[in-house]
Design a protein around this ligand. Structure first.
Ligand SMILES: CCCCCCCC/C=C\CCCCCCCC(=O)NCC(=O)O
Length: 569
């Protein structure tokens, strides 16, 4: 090949790459329905009254702690149950609502809709919380005191704002005479923090035993309204978890030899285990960017970014390694691109002058959906590379596949639109839930599983989950209630409000108009995507003539000057 031919080939390849990059950059624009913003002046806005605030604080003061599987504060769960009963009298006495107590503490509400042809949906949340080390908190974790407009308490964002927010919204709606068309369920599990096997799983079994086959969608706790988490985007980003990482907890065990500390062996069981753990921490798993829901997330968000970032994020096939490096720098972004590893427990030794007879550590992996449990086990074994360290599986769950997040996916769009009604300046995108939820117990009912908590977060707030100083602002709690209000109202519709293809032509003109030459009478709107869609012969003739006139009228250079014509008359 001559030098000239080589140059031509290179220019051709670069031009082709440039075209692909630019086409992807400017065509990845997600659906965005026009939504009516929820305003505090609206007649149906639920204001955070003292009464609402007090019952939220009371719920937070009840320490419904889960310690381990089957070990939770049972009395407190009962107390929380009676607090809910007292706080929401309309919910608990409405003929439209049936409450079942499941496995002693969990709660399943069935709200009957009038239209049995509509598939019901399911809202879930959990009653339990993780323990808190009170001494490390600014304010006691179970007092729910308010400081600078924030309510501090264990459970404030994980996830009693969900429990109370859902019931506040339902109480309000029912007291205003709301009668749903679409039935729905509300499931509150009591042991989500210890895998939900007693609570959510029992609720799911109860629904199955009633013959329920399918729900339209499921909304559980999950991602949040994030400010400043995603490089390049200043406005709030509300991520809806369409997938969920799996987990794998491994037990590492080293058998040692007890003896006198004055005559030590070269290595003790603790030393051997410490080296293994250190190797695990020094060898993070590789980035899987582009192979899971994070790809969709970045492609959805690209159009919100400045041009350079937009080009990069729209073309992960080319720029993936740069993005991976960048995202690896901070824990929240690192968590979405790879299987992460946390050494969470380490035990060994009984006395300062006794050689340890054994040592145990636990490693908790959160697994990226593109990897299997076996791959992670094999990786750890190879990294540790020491047969003296016995590795066994303590607990595991495979990652959850991505739920649909397309333009016509009812559940996703209902959640997205409800978010945008409350956080009007936020952009929504599908994401991957990095923690685990109760949703695994409901996966047989639907593929439309979404994980979103109505929680506003700023960088650093992620440490409050299971950490110290968990809190929510009063304003955010009010938003949470109104978010659930809109979920219930929006999901009660039969269909998404229609969108057209016009958004794909938005780059060509701002003069976009939408009109169908269709004559409609009241009730005909149900024929769209419904049954008995029809048009009269006369109307079809009108439609043809309408398009005839559109074509002939648009064929002019400019609009006819009406005044000129009037003068002529
Ligand atoms: C570029 C995107 C960055 C994503 C950053 C995510 C920020 C944090 C938002 C939500 C995190 C939720 C994690 C908490 C899980 C809560 C549920 C739970 O505790 N489940 C039990 C468990 O996982 O062990």
């Amino acid at each position: 090949m001559s030098c000239k031919q080589l140059c031509i080939t290179l220019v051709a390849i670069c031009s082709a790459l440039l075209v692909i990059v630019l086409v992807r950059t400017f065509t990845l624009v997600p659906r965005k329905d026009v939504v009516i913003a929820c305003k505090t002046a609206d007649s149906d806005f639920i204001k955070l009254t003292d009464q609402i605030l007090k019952r939220f604080q009371k719920a937070l003061q009840i320490d419904t702690i889960s310690f381990k599987r089957g070990e939770y504060n049972r009395d407190q769960l009962l107390l929380l149950g009676s607090h809910l009963q007292k706080s929401f009298p309309v919910v608990h006495s409405s003929p439209l609502v049936k409450l079942d107590i499941i496995a002693n503490y969990s709660r399943l509400y069935t709200i009957s809709g009038s239209n049995t042809s509509l598939t019901p949906y399911l809202l879930t949340a959990h009653l339990d919380v993780v323990p808190a080390i009170a001494e490390e908190w600014e304010l006691p974790p179970f007092d729910a005191q308010i400081k600078d407009e924030f309510i501090y308490a264990r459970g404030a964002i994980d996830f009693k704002q969900g429990i109370m927010g859902i019931l506040e919204a339902l109480e309000y709606l029912l007291s205003k005479g709301f009668k749903p068309n679409r039935s729905f369920y509300i499931g509150f599990g009591h042991d989500e923090e210890v895998t939900g096997v007693d609570g959510a799983r029992a609720i799911s079994q109860e629904l199955q035993s009633r013959g329920l086959k399918q729900v339209e969608f499921l909304l559980d706790e999950g991602l949040a309204v994030l400010n400043g988490f995603i490089p390049g985007i200043k406005k709030p980003v509300a991520l809806i978890g369409i997938g969920e990482k799996g987990f794998l907890t491994l037990k590492l065990y080293v058998k040692g030899e007890a003896g006198h500390s004055s005559m030590p062996l070269k290595e003790t069981a603790i030393g051997i285990l410490a080296k293994a753990v250190s190797k695990i921490e020094d060898n993070p798993l590789p980035s899987m960017l582009g192979y899971g829901p994070e790809k969709e997330m970045l492609e959805h968000l690209a159009h919100e970014m400045p041009l350079a970032a937009r080009i990069v994020m729209s073309n992960l096939w080319l720029f993936g390694p740069i993005v991976s490096w960048f995202f690896s720098q901070k824990p929240p972004t690192n968590a979405i691109i790879r299987t992460v590893t946390s050494v969470t427990m380490f035990n060994g030794g009984v006395k300062t002058n006794v050689l340890p007879s054994d040592a145990t550590a636990y490693i908790n992996h959160r697994i990226h959906p593109a990897q299997s449990l076996q791959e992670i086990m094999d990786y750890d074994r190879a990294v540790i590379n020491d047969d003296r360290v016995q590795i066994s599986v303590e607990d595991s769950m495979v990652a959850a596949a991505g739920s649909p997040s397309g333009e016509n996916d009812f559940g996703y769009q209902i959640i997205s639109n409800s978010i945008r009604q409350i956080w009007t300046n936020a952009t929504t995108a599908p994401g991957m839930m990095i923690g685990n939820t109760d949703t695994k117990h409901y996966k047989d009912f639907t593929k439309n599983i979404y994980r979103f908590s109505p929680t506003v977060m700023f960088p650093g707030d992620e440490k409050r989950f299971h950490g110290v100083n968990e809190r929510i602002s009063k304003n955010n709690y009010e938003q949470a209630i109104n978010f659930y209000y809109h979920i219930i109202v929006n999901a009660d519709k039969r269909l998404l409000m229609g969108n057209t293809d016009t958004r794909h032509y938005a780059m060509f003109t701002k003069n976009i108009y939408r009109f169908c030459p269709t004559v409609m009478f009241l009730g005909d709107e149900k024929r769209f995507h419904g049954i008995n869609e029809r048009i009269s012969k006369k109307n079809y003739e009108q439609a043809i003539n309408f398009y005839y006139h559109v074509i002939t009228n648009a064929d002019q250079r400019s609009l006819i000057n009406i005044h000129q014509h009037s003068d002529e008359l």
